[in-house]
Ligand binder design. Structure first.
Ligand code: 8YV
Length: 332
């Protein structure tokens, strides 16, 4: 918790290139060190950053682990992360050192849900496969039996994690005629369940065994690491599709690649990977897999809104108040 207003302009170190309008405002308000080349920082460069900064603005590509945090200077009071997920930050070590963590929740919900819906459509309807065929020059024209996919209307969608993004996916899915099912740590409020016409499954195992499409929308935490394990992937029906716009670590990626290769499941659409930017080479070879380079929230509007949140969090903190988007470990 901030004890008092910062006496001078805080030194804010930003680890990645942000939208120009955000960088300009950061420089107006604070003493700001930008990363105009956008070259991801090494662990040694992150250590340098936390040694001098009053405020660090990292992103998902920075590993702010105990090794980095243990070398932070006394001045480092706030980590205002540019993004919603905070699995790249060692929250316990930060708390022990009295460092406040903020994130940018809410402003990328709709964009991420749009991407999820696009991926829910992309695999059953073979969108990227069709595009590849056309661009290859091998398309010989329409035929009654070519490029047949599967209808999604009337199918069952199982959402793993019914938070903001999961709910936004559910709203879209209903418009496409999918029936909505979900598994969550806690059952959501009755009103929300009714609005979404969503069926709650206490048992993830049971839900997986009955779904046509599964969408992963929970955060990555120690409790959700490999939540979709090799054992659970085997519970899915052979025609089922998996969509992941959350974090790669929630699915055992090697087990998923094996299941896709062997026909254990019907297909997958992945925007996130366990070892980004590396992607399991088996996945790259499969036609029933749609792969995206972590662009679920990649809209101009979303990035500016995220930057605005970062600024508000830093400014509020520097003025001696509790920033609006403080991350409390139990939230994740
Ligand atoms: C962001 C994300 O682009 O906010 C998140 O958790 O996964 C992404 O959509 C990224 O985190 C920015 O740091």
């Amino acid at each position: 918790m901030p004890k008092s207003k910062m006496k001078r302009k805080p030194l804010v170190v930003v680890t990645r290139k942000l939208p120009d309008v955000i960088e300009t405002r950061l420089m107006e308000l604070f003493e700001t060190q930008l990363n105009l080349d956008d070259k991801p920082m090494s662990q040694a460069e992150l250590v340098d950053a936390v040694r001098k900064a009053d405020v660090l603005v990292p992103a998902v590509t920075d590993r702010i682990d105990a090794g980095v945090l243990s070398q932070a200077g006394e001045n480092l009071r706030l980590i205002a992360s540019f993004g919603t997920g905070v699995d790249h930050i060692d929250l316990a070590t930060a708390r022990a050192r009295g460092i406040t963590i903020t994130n940018t929740p809410g402003v990328l919900t709709e964009d991420t849900a749009d991407m999820t819906m696009a991926l829910i459509l992309a695999v059953p309807r073979r969108l990227t496969e069709g595009e590849r065929l056309l661009r290859s020059g091998e398309w010989t024209g329409w035929s009654p039996t070519s490029m047949l996919g599967h209808r999604i209307w009337g199918k069952r969608l199982g959402i793993v994690g019914m938070g903001r993004i999961g709910s936004a996916v559910a709203r879209r899915a209903r418009g496409f005629g999918l029936s909505v099912h979900y598994h969550n740590r806690r059952r959501v409020h009755k009103e929300l369940e009714q609005e979404l016409e969503a069926t709650y499954w206490d048992s993830l195992d049971q839900m997986l065994a009955h779904m046509d499409i599964v969408s992963v929308n929970c955060p990555h935490t120690p409790a959700t690491f490999h939540l979709l394990s090799a054992r659970r992937l085997k519970l899915l029906r052979p025609h089922a599709y998996i969509v992941n716009t959350s974090r790669g670590e929630v699915i055992d990626e090697s087990a998923l690649a094996r299941a896709l290769e062997s026909g254990g499941i019907g297909g997958a659409a992945l925007d996130v990977f366990e070892h980004e930017p590396a992607v399991n080479p088996k996945l790259l070879k499969l036609d029933n897999v749609v792969l995206m380079p972590h662009m679920g929230s990649a809209t101009v509007e979303g990035r500016v809104d995220m930057g605005e949140k970062v600024i508000i969090n830093i400014k509020t903190f520097a003025d001696g108040h509790n920033p609006p988007d403080r991350v409390i470990e139990t939230m994740f």
